[in-house]
Design a protein around this ligand. Sequence first.
Ligand SMILES: *Cc1c(COP(=O)(O)O)cnc(C)c1O
Length: 393
Amino acid sequence: MITAVLPTYNRAPLAFTKGEGSWLTAEDGSRYLDLGAGIAVNALGHAHPALVQAISDQAAKLWHVSNLYRIPEQEALAELLVDKTFADTVFFTNSGTEAAELAIKMARKYWYDKGQPERIEILTFEGAFHGRSTGAIAAAGSEKMVKGFGPLMPGFRQLPFGDHDALRAAISDKTAAVMIEPIQGEGGIRTLPDACLKGLRDLCDAHGALLIFDEVQCGMGRTGKLFAHEWAGVTPDIMMVAKGIGGGFPLGAVLATEDAASGMVVGTHGSTYGGNPLGCAVGAAVTRIVSDDAFLAEVNRKAGLFRQGLEGLVAAHPAVFEGVRGQGLMLGLKCKAPNLDVVKAGYAEHLLTVAAADNCLRLLPALNIPDADISEALKRLDAAASRVEQDAA
Ligand SMILES: *Cc1c(COP(=O)(O)O)cnc(C)c1O
């Protein structure tokens, strides 16, 4: 018999009742150290006092009015994001998937309005993840996500990740846009080197194509800069944001330059919930904290500490781990043993990690994880790796 909850997830047999910082309390009262942060969502950990305050204050005032009216909380967050980034304008969504949908629509409408309606092709990359809508699965194009859901929306072509020659051969004056995660998350913490991002920007400029960055997972301070592309010193024309920006409240955004957004005039797009006062009040509290230079410096310091410890673990457990990848606190342990075995051994050590493609283990802790919790996480990862070794022996 089918379960009351549609069974599309293979869930761990764990349920939590309370969270505080990097710790979750399970139903049986035991505590788990959380290195997943709800898949890079709880950027400031669980129950951060400033976010509890922001949502409580706003909840007592006003939750939702719809976009038929001005929303001062939405305007404030948009202005903050415009102030801190390449963007001139922002549209708020409730998820990363919805941000992907708008990014795709924005790119197509741009060329339609420029008198080139046939210019619809968007180049994407193997291993990408842009969400689960019909458009987003067509964009990423992986067999696992698209099988059985055809016909797919046309207009996407997947290229090998990080293959500059393939991109050079594929891009032309007919390309509408190139869409890419600067660091693939679901794809296994695969980082596009800075030189590749620069090369990508140059190729887009040479052909007039729009450059879309999907920073749903790698953005909002995760890599130690507010947005990952800042490391390479290049900017996109359109950017998708979600996950961390709400700190746990469902919130997403599309940021764009004035030119890239020029097709999106009155009536061309909308959302009932997007940019509601509650979400934007929380989003502004998250953004103010995370965009602070001193906060980001701390993310980088903690990342250095964590990474150094992880390199030690790789050396100590060569049969389990192969290497460390990623940037800032978007870290991946490329595994030799099956990554799901390591995730399971982590549960036994009361440690939460997230599996990703390419046999990678994702470590996406709260950006403000205390140093003591990093040390504890390394101890538990060490114990989990020993369990995997024992089970294999
Ligand atoms: C999670 C994710 C999405 C989809 O976001 P949802 O909020 O799950 O719809 C899109 N792109 C990337 C890079 C993601 O990590």
